[in-house]
Design a protein around this ligand. Structure first.
Ligand SMILES: NC(=O)c1ccc[n+]([C@@H]2O[C@H](COP(=O)([O-])OP(=O)(O)OC[C@H]3O[C@@H](n4cnc5c(N)ncnc54)[C@H](OP(=O)(O)O)[C@@H]3O)[C@@H](O)[C@H]2O)c1
Length: 230
């Protein structure tokens, strides 16, 4: 992974593909607030530029850029993909060339409306495995953020809580994404190989069910017993 332009910062330049949406815009805002250079991506470059400008106007001290998905991915060191499952394949095809050699964070939950409270997994086993298959072996796919409610991200006055399970086949890439989650106040854990992403992806349907059953406002998860052994 390259460092930021000019070498003045050890923070990677981030692109959020699907950055005009609920989760993507919320994550982008949090990382911008934490001092990262962040660009929003969209299928429509002008939509991303407008969304970035609107957020900069609304949130003092926050700086965001915008552009087409492939363009912002090409200019970034690390790329986060935040699009609906139904859009995942087409989106990854669009950015595949731009992300070769980079870390790509897949946030996709393989929800199949209307039964979003029921776990429905793709034939590959997980959306993350589908992403790795589509992007190829030169891309380090890391899966994270499936259990963080987007609504909590957008309100920057609201401290985030909840744990993030970070899976991927490259330990260095997993740790880079753990640091990204920690930078916005979340607790994050390396949770093993990319195929383990199925757990976080499936948990989201459980959380959506619990939100409805108990009236929770965006339930998340917390790992207990997390004290250092020895
Ligand atoms: N919302 C949450 O609380 C939450 C929490 C954890 C994980 N997730 C996961 O994060 C991902 C994004 O969720 P979200 O709620 O942010 O989604 P969203 O707001 O519905 O969509 C995100 C962006 O994806 C693009 N998009 C939408 N439909 C598309 C299509 N058919 N083809 C290509 N691009 C399309 C749009 O950007 P443009 O129109 O600008 O291209 C949109 O702004 C999903 O996989 C979701 O399961 C969501």
């Amino acid at each position: 992974m390259n460092s930021s332009a000019g070498g003045a910062s050890d923070k990677p330049r981030l692109a959020v593909v699907g950055g005009t949406g609920n989760l993507g815009l919320g994550l982008a805002l949090r990382w911008a607030q934490a001092g990262y250079a962040v660009s929003l991506g969209s299928r429509d470059a002008q939509r991303a530029v407008a969304a970035a400008a609107a957020e900069c106007a609304a949130q003092p001290g926050v700086s965001l850029a915008g552009g087409g998905n492939a363009a912002v991915a090409a200019a970034a060191d690390l790329v986060i993909v935040a699009v609906p499952f139904a859009a995942q394949s087409a989106t990854l095809e669009d950015i595949r060339t731009a992300v070769q050699g980079k870390i790509v964070v897949d946030t996709t939950v393989p929800l199949v409306p209307p039964k979003v409270m029921r776990v429905q997994l793709p034939p590959e086993g997980s959306a993350a495995r589908r992403a790795q298959n589509l992007l190829g072996p030169q891309v380090r796919v890391v899966s994270a953020f499936q259990n963080i409610a987007a609504a909590h991200l957008r309100d920057l006055s609201h401290a985030l809580e909840g744990d993030v399970l970070v899976t991927g086949d490259d330990a260095e890439a997993r740790e880079a994404v753990v640091r990204l989650a920690q930078a916005i106040g979340l607790t994050a854990w390396q949770a093993g190989a990319l195929d383990n992403a199925v757990v976080a992806e499936a948990l989201t349907s459980v959380l959506i069910f619990m939100n409805k059953r108990y009236g929770f406002d965006g339930a998340g998860i917390r790992i207990c017993g997390a004290h250092q052994a020895g």
